[in-house]
Ligand binder design. Sequence first.
Ligand code: ADP
Ligand code: ASP
Ligand code: MG
Length: 610
Amino acid sequence: MRLIVQKFGGTSVANAQRIMAAARRAIRAKQEGNQVIVVVSARGDTTDELIELAKEISEQPPAREMDMLLSTGEQISIALMAMAIQTLGERAISFTGAQVGIVTDSTHTKARIKSISTARMRQALAEGQIVIVAGFQGIDENWNITTLGRGGSDTTAVALAAVMKHDPAQECNGDVGCEIYTDVDGVYTTDPRIVPEARKMDFISYDEMLELASVGAGVMHSRSIEFGKKFDVPIHVRSSFSDAEGTWIVPEAEWMRDVVVCGAALGRDEARISLNGVPDQPGISHRVFAAMADHHIVVDMIAQNVGEGGKAAIGFTVLGDELPAALSVLRPLAAELGASIEFDEQVSKVSIVGTGMRTHSGVAERMFAALAAENVNMKMITTADIKISVLVSRKEGVKALRAVHQAFGLGQPRPGAGQPGGKGSHQFQRRPAGAISPKSNRDLAALTQQLTSMEDIVVSDVLLDTDQGRITIFGLPDKPGCCSRVFQAVASAGIIVDMIVQNLSLGRTELSFSVPQADLDRALQVTREVVGTLDPATRVAADAGIARLFVHGVGMRTHTGVARRMFGALAERGINISMINTSEVRISVVVDRAHGEEALACLQEAFNLT
Ligand code: ADP
Ligand code: ASP
Ligand code: MG
């Protein structure tokens, strides 16, 4: 017997009529012969209203009591949903997170799931009940109520699907579906509320969705996709107002590799922090990022300047509302290191994501050219294997997103995003043709078995690459179009650029990028020529002696502990890190070539991969 987990978001249960509609959907699934678990969010804007209410009482409400308050929104919804289903003549029972044993850690307001007990749900399902579970909440080991972070009901739904799928005692025998019902009919190439030309996708890979969600595509909670990928649960995102086929979030398929950019997203409220004049020594990044990780602050874009004169600058972004916390962590540290702190809270981040970036060149150049054409200045750039992010001033965010969406033709039909805002093309099956199974299911099972807790990080491998060299431009004018000119020139010379990091400091920017070792001299020459025309004072250097290390996994960036462990292991061996890139599926660092092998061995050891 198949088991279906249906999750209804805030708008889908906003009033009695919608709750009844959701109830009918659940009943239909049950009557079609499935077991049904329904996960619900708080109605409409309830969570926002509760937050406002708390702020009327206290400027900084204690996190534990905040969770106690916020969890009530979902508790109202489950009771109403159970009543609705019973009124329509089916059997249903509601449970809070605690009642079904969703055990989390104790990080209030952004707790992580450790385990879920299936017994109570299994029993109710066996009795023929529709099981209703409150999204977004859990309980820690000391019986404190916790919440999973805004948008966390998606994570509850996929996590429930994951445990039921892998529960040997469960009647469904691994046949589990997960449907996310929301107020859009699927995942679009970008937020359709901001860019009306956005197109609905029929399929998107876990990795693409993970990156898109983590850079601002609020349609899914990024941690829910981690569960989907780790536990092999395909997710169907669809409209609660129609029966139209939505978007399937699935394992990567061959054809996806031809789609260079599948989507774009805007992270509106970002803040950029720059630590200037830190000693360029091993262990410094570790101290900075460990301090942030200790306070559970997720660091996003990281651009560490190539050190000069014994000093380096570390630039990074955090979510706007985490800026005060980040600054209070950094102030004493900066004082100790003799560094100064600069920050900008009026910035937004525009990102593009696509599996095809792994194999297609010139993507960054196209993005930068589109921004230059709109006269948008780039304040920071970072690239990862399937993502490029650019920081811009907040007032230019929407313009920048539109320009990028247009430049990659995301409003045009293509495989996987056929009809404009309409029905899926149905040309692919639920598991799309050519699906590449996730490192084979056996590997997946082996990986997940090693977990001591459901939301543990999975690191699958560490790789060393010594085939690249690096070009660094010091003191490039901070004006729209400069970076774009550099990459145009390098691309016209037929040189493929890989990792790009640009960090802004004091009105000029430092730009580094890696190119194949064999093209390094030519890249140096071309870059010198082009920057000479921009500003003769700009200096360019080439470095043939670098090694890049890549750590692959799932949810790498949001698990603050990963970077901490990685930088810590390198610091312990006295290995200096000169470039860092983070994404949800990969963290990469650049170190001295001479330390490459040693760094590889120490990272393999740090992640138990030996
Ligand atoms: P729910 O309450 O159902 O969880 P959310 O508000 O969390 O709904 O998510 C749905 C919203 O996400 C949409 O209304 C849309 O504005 C926004 N959104 C952002 N990015 C995207 C995207 N790429 N595709 C679809 N919707 C998006
Ligand atoms: N009600 C919570 C929120 O508004 C969780 C969710 O809707 O997913 O963030
Ligand atoms: Mg949501």
